[in-house]
Design a protein around this ligand. Structure first.
Ligand code: DHE
Length: 545
């Protein structure tokens, strides 16, 4: 399957890895290179190529580029490929003007040397970066502010490496907190008291919402590059543990839920699910906390395996491995919080895990590159409870039945496919109290589509969608102004959208009245630099979507 423009826009973000940390491996078998050339190429590779090809170039979305392959292809072939790109999705770095002829020559030679490997990151490194800023004993015993903390939104400010905490009732910014580089997501502890953020540089920050002004109470760097963090939610284990998965090194770590003290680190290196070949870099993608057992459910991208990691006894760790498909990315719960549905995006499948019986119940085929985020749950008037995903690779909005009891024939099948505005969609959202299904399309190449959102009436799905010009409502100046990630408030009567502009341009958050679909409020503030993900404390903590 070829790669789409949207997918490339999505995966070519710079990594959090400092290239200087990866040791040079100029080998006599590769073409001659100066050390300046090598350093330049290494930096370009980490920034632009590693997202698709992997740090060790074993391939994921992009083709493998290991030296057995690159040396056989040779410098001229590689130069042509880098210059012109390929129909399979390789960008045209030369003809686009991104790289000069000379730079492409350097890249082509670089690829024929062994990939420089970034260092490992074990207990010693974690402990060295771990800091408890406010010890548990010194924290408030009760909530010390008047915020309705269940309706606070933690907003990712991607390019400033910060999160903004916004009061969902007043729409005012409570505070802007420094976090990791290109911070990715926020997750909330089961009690709703703590927010955990993870940066692309694998830095975790833990924020206490009970403080007079919510602030960080602990921090740790769990690796060099990461995307996921979650906290224990099983009855009796609320707020007890946190877990983070990293891209480099490929591993996950279970931490103390009060202090972030690292307790148990486990590597994800191992065999792939299908060919059963060794993979040195299986990145950890989405993690959810089971409500049925004391377990974390961990997606391992490159091996295509889903791990059920039981945290009852960390010294005698039990990990159940579920065979799914490559390359696992994002996913979320069905409405009952029993079934975890997750995208294997290069296989174009949705894997369904029964977290109660602890096994795979389905691997359902869907159309090109599903990208659910956490997905959306709603009751289809014809098919009953369904979970919905949109896609990066096409305009389809796919409904899967999720009720094996009362709607058995529909369970885990695609029951309905709607057409949205176009490909380049990342997130869908609904709420138990809402009659709307929202579908964004921030990576669509067409500005009219990337700057607006489609909304479907759940009770009249055949009618098609209405388009709301969210970016236009924000009234901003120049820039891409991508409209991304719908998120509900706690009452389920407002939907928030980020209008994600360039780093030096004005961005905004647009709040829409869910019932009337009319503009309710535009939140603008010069501190709101590149807002992307928004995480309502209650909806995120309680898995309501
Ligand atoms: Fe994300 C979730 C990885 C690019 C916004 N992103 C996730 C998750 C993973 C992931 C594994 C699931 C975490 C979980 O649930 O535990 N994202 C990646 C990448 O590897 C990728 C493709 C490229 C990269 O270099 O990072 C990538 N992501 C992006 C973006 O460019 C987005 C649109 C803007 C941004 O802030 O960087 C983006 N990703 C998000 C958001 C979520 C997310 C908002 C959480 C959605 C939710 O509702 O839970």
């Amino acid at each position: 399957p070829g790669t789409t423009d949207s997918e490339l826009a999505y995966q070519s973000a710079p990594t959090g890895i400092d290239p200087a940390l990866a040791k040079n491996m100029v080998t006599s078998e590769g073409p001659a290179m100066t050390s300046d050339e090598f350093d330049f190429a290494k930096k370009v590779f980490f920034e632009r190529c590693a997202g698709c090809h992997g740090v060790l170039r074993k391939g994921a979305t992009g083709k493998p580029l290991t030296t057995d392959i690159t040396r056989e292809k040779g410098t001229d072939y590689l130069k042509t490929l880098i210059t012109y790109g390929s129909p399979a999705g390789m960008p045209n770095w030369g003809t686009s003007g991104d790289l000069t002829e000379k730079q492409i020559d350097v890249m082509a030679r670089y690829l024929q040397h062994e990939p420089p490997q970034p260092p490992e990151w074990g207990m010693k490194e974690m402990k060295n970066t771990w800091e408890v800023l406010v010890p548990a004993e010194a924290r408030p015993k009760k909530k010390m502010n008047n915020y309705n903390i269940g309706n606070i939104f933690s907003v990712t400010l991607r390019d400033s490496g910060e999160v903004a905490l916004i009061d969902g009732d007043t729409k005012k910014i409570i505070s802007v907190i420094k976090t990791g580089y290109a911070v990715h997501i926020s997750r909330i502890s089961a009690s709703g008291r703590y927010i955990f953020t993870i940066g692309r540089d694998a830095k975790i920050d833990m924020i206490d919402l009970w403080m007079k002004t919510p602030a960080r109470v602990a921090t740790i760097k769990v690796g060099l590059e990461a995307r996921s963090v979650e906290t224990s939610k099983y009855h009796g284990y609320e707020d007890k543990y946190a877990v983070a998965g990293s891209y480099w090194p490929p591993q996950y770590v279970v931490m103390d839920g009060d202090t972030l003290e690292p307790l148990k680190i486990v590597s994800t290196r191992g065999m792939t699910v299908d060919t059963q070949d060794y993979h040195p870099e299986p990145r950890v993608a989405a993690i959810v906390a089971s409500h049925q057992h004391p377990e974390f459910i961990i997606n391992v991208k490159e091996t295509g395996k889903i791990l059920l990691v039981n945290y009852e006894d960390l010294d005698n760790l039990q990990v159940k491995t579920i065979n799914a498909a490559r390359y696992l990315h994002d996913g979320g719960w069905d409405v009952t919080h029993r079934y975890f549905l997750t995208a294997a995006n290069q296989s174009n499948k949705i894997a369904v895990v029964d977290s109660k019986d602890r096994k795979l119940v389905a691997l359902t085929d869907v159309d090109k590159i599903p990208h659910p985020g956490r997905g959306a749950n709603l009751t289809d008037p014809k098919y009953g409870p369904v979970w919905v995903t949109s896609a990066l690779g096409n305009d389809k909005v796919t409904f899967m039945g999720t009720d094996p009891e009362k709607h058995k024939a529909n369970a885990w099948k695609v029951v309905r496919v709607l057409n949205g505005q176009g490909g380049g969609s990342l997130f869908v959202k609904s709420h138990p109290k809402s009659k709307n299904l929202w579908v964004d399309s921030p990576l669509n190449p067409e500005p009219a589509i990337s700057q607006s959102v489609a909304v479907f009436d759940i009770n009249n799905l055949d009618k098609g969608y209405e388009v709301l010009p969210i970016a236009e409502w924000a009234g901003l100046g120049e820039g891409p102004k991508r409209v991304v990630q719908p998120e509900y408030n706690v009452a389920g009567d407002e939907v928030w959208f980020s209008v994600w502009n360039g780093k030096d341009q004005e961005s905004a958050i647009v709040v829409v009245d869910d019932k009337t679909r009319k503009l309710k409020k535009v939140i603008k503030d010069k501190r709101l630099v590149t807002p992307t993900g928004k995480f309502n404390v209650t909806n995120t903590g309680k898995d309501i979507y």
